[in-house]
Ligand binder design. Structure first.
Ligand SMILES: Cc1cc2nc3c(=O)[nH]c(=O)nc-3n(C[C@H](O)[C@H](O)[C@H](O)COP(=O)(O)OP(=O)(O)OC[C@H]3O[C@@H](n4cnc5c(N)ncnc54)[C@H](O)[C@@H]3O)c2cc1C
Length: 458
């Protein structure tokens, strides 16, 4: 029996066939041959998704062998590669020519195929757009019945807008073209603020003065992390960037897990967690006092390929209208406290928030109507049931506050969540998927349960 698992092993699937095509023609043959390659046919990148969006008991197309760079054009400022190439590897090829992506997303193991057709977030490089697919200028794919498909910003831009959020439901992407730019240096600075003292006016000022913005809340202190252009990397910048990558690719989750599993008794665990969080706050405050650091932009991307099981973390992501963020964040703390009192569970890592600007680049853009600021509980999982229960209750919390979930990064998302969040666009998306794939060759039970059956109003 074939078994495929996602990044942290929380999702398992048992497809009858797992294939690793090396060319578009092989993908065509797979899609046409229903008897040897049973439905649903799902593409798999590196399965860093936190929902069963890849899963299939029919056929999984693993894109790993299609990882070739096709073209780098400094004249047109475009980069074209096969869909199975991972972001970190693409960055290396670009860097060798003094070039870089516009969005140097922090998840280096995102494959370009997934980047082109799924939800992504990167706030720090989000001076213009924080969703990677908005910089995808062309996509080539194989349709559900095995035909060649293609769209670009100049040829069929409306279809490109659909494909940018198609999740493999309208076709298997085999080649992607991105807009790129010359390699640049960036500067990170940090600002600690107590949640209880923050005002919406201050949050607005911080947002309006930032090119790119994330916020890491540790205890009840929000650490705003702001990005701006720099002329060159600072002396200690590359070292600070390397330490930052080490923290996220292992240290932070290992420490959280160690406290949970190895420290005896609840009072001692609480003490150890408080000390660790105090250490985190000290680092952010020291960075604030030092004025931050500058480094090469692609060095913000993290490679999780060698992260051990003990260093892995998981998270969920819901985005909220900018004006509602502070109020929602405070309500989140009340919710998390109530949850802890009731069930004895709380997240053991800093809480993330990504500021993502309005972007109509894809049909399912989660910032289609306005700027959004997210609330992302992050956790080093030690007990699956506790985390699952928390996620489901957090979904209710977020749903009632007009939050917007992502199909690959918000576990246990339900149809009523996406229908409320994406509104008429969800119906339009569902109708387009039905039209392109009437036999459901590419849809799995996860998407079947989410897609709307309602007719799109004329
Ligand atoms: C530790 C960690 C950190 C993360 N950090 C971030 C972050 O900073 N920003 C962010 O946005 N996300 C982040 N993520 C989430 C992750 O980037 C997304 O879930 C992303 O979709 C994963 O890419 P993948 O290549 O693993 O895609 P997969 O999980 O393999 O697939 C995702 C979806 O895309 C479809 N798909 C994949 N390839 C193709 C193709 N060639 N053609 C058609 N459909 C395809 C799949 O069928 C599936 O529906 C993180 C995840 C983890 C575990």
């Amino acid at each position: 029996m074939n078994t495929i698992v996602n990044y942290d092993g929380s999702i398992k699937t048992h497809p009858r066939m797992v294939v690793q095509p090396a060319s578009a023609a092989e993908i065509q043959a797979i899609l046409r041959d229903k008897s040897h390659h049973p439905s649903p046919v799902r593409a798999k990148g590196s399965y860093h998704s936190l929902t069963p969006c890849v899963s299939s008991d029919g056929t999984i197309i693993d894109m790993a062998r299609m990882n070739r760079v096709v073209d780098i054009s400094p004249e047109r400022m475009t980069f074209t590669a096969q869909a199975g190439l991972q972001f970190v590897d693409a960055q290396k090829a670009l860097r060798a020519k003094g070039l870089q992506f516009i969005t140097n997303i922090e998840i280096g193991n995102l494959t370009l195929g997934s980047a082109a057709c799924c939800h992504t977030k990167d706030a720090l490089d989000g001076a213009e757009f924080g969703q990677v697919s908005s910089y995808v200028t062309g996509i080539k794919w194989i349709t559900p019945d095995g035909q060649l498909g293609e769209a670009s910003e100049t040829e069929n831009p409306e279809l490109l807008r659909l494909m940018r959020s198609s999740y493999g439901l309208c076709g298997i992407v085999y080649e992607v073209t991105f807009r790129i730019k010359p390699l640049e240096a960036i500067h990170f600075s940090y600002l600690p603020r107590l949640i209880d003292e923050l005002t919406q006016e201050e949050v607005d000022r911080i947002i309006d003065s930032s090119e790119g913005l994330t916020c890491w809340t540790v205890g009840r202190t929000a650490h705003f992390q702001m990005r701006r252009h720099a002329d060159r990397p600072s002396l200690i910048g590359p070292v600070c960037a390397a330490i930052r990558r080490k923290f996220w690719s292992g240290i932070e989750a290992k420490a959280a897990r160690f406290i949970e599993q190895r420290v005896p008794t609840t009072p001692l665990k609480n003490l150890a967690r408080n000390r660790w969080f105090a250490g985190n706050r000290l680092i952010y405050s020291a960075l604030h006092l030092a004025g931050g650091f500058s480094f090469s932009n692609p060095d913000k991307t993290i490679d999780y390929r060698s992260t051990s099981a003990s260093g892995k973390y998981v998270f969920t992501f819901w985005a909220f209208p900018r004006r509602q963020w502070l109020e929602t964040l405070r309500a989140y703390f009340d919710f998390a406290e109530r949850h802890f009192k009731k069930y004895g569970f709380r997240c053991n890592m800093p809480l993330g928030s990504y500021y993502i600007r309005k972007d109509t680049g894809s049909l399912l853009s989660y910032t289609f109507d306005q700027d959004m600021f997210s609330i992302d509980p992050v956790h080093a999982r030690t007990d699956e049931a506790d985390w699952e229960q928390f996620l489901k209750e957090f979904n209710e919390f977020a749903y009632h506050r007009i939050g917007v979930p992502l199909l690959n990064q918000s576990p246990f998302v339900e149809q009523r969540h996406v229908a409320a969040a994406y509104g008429i666009r969800w119906q339009e998306f569902s109708a387009r998927v039905r039209e392109i794939d009437p036999d459901g060759r590419l849809s799995n039970p996860f998407f079947d349960a989410l897609l709307s059956r309602a007719e799109v109003p004329a």
